[in-house]
Design a binder for this molecule. Sequence first.
Ligand code: ADP
Ligand code: ZN
Ligand code: ZN
Length: 814
Amino acid sequence: MADTFVNIVFPSIPRREFTYRLPPDYALPAFPGQRVVAPLRNDRAIGFVINFTNIPPKTVALKDLYEILDPEPLIPDELFRFLLRLAHYYLAPVGKALAAAIPREYQLHKKRRLMVTDIQPDNLPEPYADLYHRIAAKGSILLSSLTAKYQRPVLIKGITELKRLKLITETPIFKATEKRRNLEKTINLAPGIENRLLEIQTLLKKAPRQGEIINHLLKNRLISNTELTRFSAAAIKSLHTKGYISITVTDRTVEQFWKSFHLKEKQIQLTTEQNQAFDTILKGIRSRKYTTFLIQGVTGSGKTEVYLKLIHAVIAEGGRVLVLVPEITLTTHLASRFRGEFHDKIAIWHSGLSHVQRNVLWKDIRAGNYPVIIGARSAILLPLPDLLLIIIDEEQDNSFKQQEAEPRYNARDAALLRAMECQATVVLGSATPSLESLYNVATGKYTKVELTSRYSEAPTATIHVVDMKEEWQKTGEYNVPVSALLLKKIREKLELGEQVILLQNRRGYSPIILCPDCGWTPRCRNCDITLTYHKSTSQMLCHYCNLSELPPHSCPRCQSTHFLYPGYGTQRVESFLREKFPNSEIVRMDLDSTRRQGFTQKVMEKFEKGVIQIMLGTQMIAKGLDFPKVTLVGVLNADIGLFMPDFRARERVFQLLYQVAGRAGRGEIQGEIVVQTFNPKDTTIRCAIQQNLPKFAALELNERNPLNYPPFSRLAVILVSDTNLTHVVDAAQQVVQYLQPRHKKTEILGPTPAPLSKIRNRYRYMMIIKSRKETDPNGTHLRNILSNFLSSETYNKISRQAQVSIEIDPLDLL
Ligand code: ADP
Ligand code: ZN
Ligand code: ZN
């Protein structure tokens, strides 16, 4: 190799590359994407190889790379190139993007287990023979237990060389240890045992407990995992050592996840329309060139069936498929349908997996053991070889956006980047595509495929709109969550043994506590936001920083002891419903209740079985509105969110209501929808109820175009935050001063205080940058200014004073 230096990034040090020397006598070849250990500051750290160079660094003293960890790159080449693209597009640190794509355990270099492989060491190099035999004696050994016995350089060279010869492999150790693995053992008689019957006779007499096992095996052929406890573990071990029995271990760690889904199998003939969609997309896939399709199909039109058939076609051609869905535990019917179709060819990937499950599954996926993966957003980072098709169901869904940690990406858009890298096809599916996707159809970036008719002849649901202002006038009660009409309907359905779903898009008990005498209401000390009252814990909670306080006995401003609790959150609706329907099983689904592990899955199972009659929840349950026995859906307050200070507020309300209103009774029975609103004349609400996507889209686009909002432009938000307000204001000014003379074609708004102007004691100022797509079609210009900013002296200076973060294509402007 001509290049002698290697550039490395470390996840812990964003936006910097470090150059090291490749020691000339290194046994393992280095590749981009490989993990290495390198000296860093006064310690060592795991980094990733980015590329090679002949140019030594000028400013710092050159150091040698300490160790190459993987004989082959851990991150396959295609994935590696995609991750670089992703980091580049989202202006995210490369090290963080790479780290996000591998299980966390691979980033710890101090806890490693070395294992011998089954390759026979014929010509063991003399200097490493001792090391090899020491590992072989135990089968596997912790690296840390060897460090006292060998000098570091000798040990590292030895390990590297033994890895190169494929005599040993290594895995990281999980903190959770291997205990949480779910291993199933089965025991059989060892082959050829018939010839040793005499030996066995003797054994039966000498060791009765071992004899018992042999007898059992002679009769029943095997001992299953569940029967295992009936026999002595010592006796089993002893028999195994003597070679009388064989033990098979099956790893059910990943498998067990599917237990709670029951399989749904169906034999299906696509309709003419579905078949056309299938043919068009299959042609795209067969071209083996990057293409994106948007399937716009009303709820129940059979999008899922088209996906399934496409996946079968791809598998038949030796390709692999990634399916991204918003919330697996909430859309169990979808997962069950997929499982019923692909059985053990499909793996599920989402945040509910344990570390151990993740690690096992990740390796299996990398090895190509699963042709299909269904998963949440982070599945887009999986090392799936021969990826030919990426399907994204409900493409408009917000949960595809990774908001919290770098890299901040939208999995839907990331899918396009990945497909470009591996020449795959992307299929976006939705009944209510985002305006961005519709725009991309209009400009020819995507090909639209429409499914216009519902498969089943089930009549569409009847929709009743209840004007809550009138309800208030009629009853004299402004503070009722459920109108008389909806109450009546719920009662009717329960009597018929049918099920009800109620949406209330706000959690907690009451949004505020209010002193009617002086208007005082409690606010969070750390955030510029009111506290929400949670009755179940008698606490006032901040939904942003989790501050909790007990409500005061008297108003701190006027000493009045009488408080009002206006408005409704899910908890309050729940207690209202329990009072009205004491004999029904009611469940509440919101961020608070679903935090418990496994809760959601259990509820979904019970609901499907009909054990629960009323499901009440925030918009999180809207995705799973697919239960045949649900015949009534109530939206308690359609207005929530309508007036949020965000240009997408109306689009979100539209999508939610459309989704609810568009659902047919999946079964035979016609569904009914009750929408309660204070604004029955609002165009967004009207369009949604009338299922009029074209009209809504036209109105909305007309408003956004002159204001330069997406889909007409690309956005970036720069957020400056610090505990010191003066620092924030000053830093924000400096950012704008830097950008003003350089931005040319873009528009800069701000700096202004963010709508949430203080969170967790940090003041927040923001700037919005808009870059019109006509003049900057790929966002190159926008990205260039911002990446120049990130590598500028100004940024360095500012970031010492306040935290500066940049988000590309933000979904929330809060
Ligand atoms: P979508 O994903 O568009 O909401 P689905 O694919 O879930 O729609 O289809 C709705 C229902 O109709 C499902 O129960 C599905 O199995 C059924 N269905 C759709 N197309 C067909 C078909 N061609 N033959 C039989 N059943 C179908
Ligand atoms: Zn008061
Ligand atoms: Zn707070």
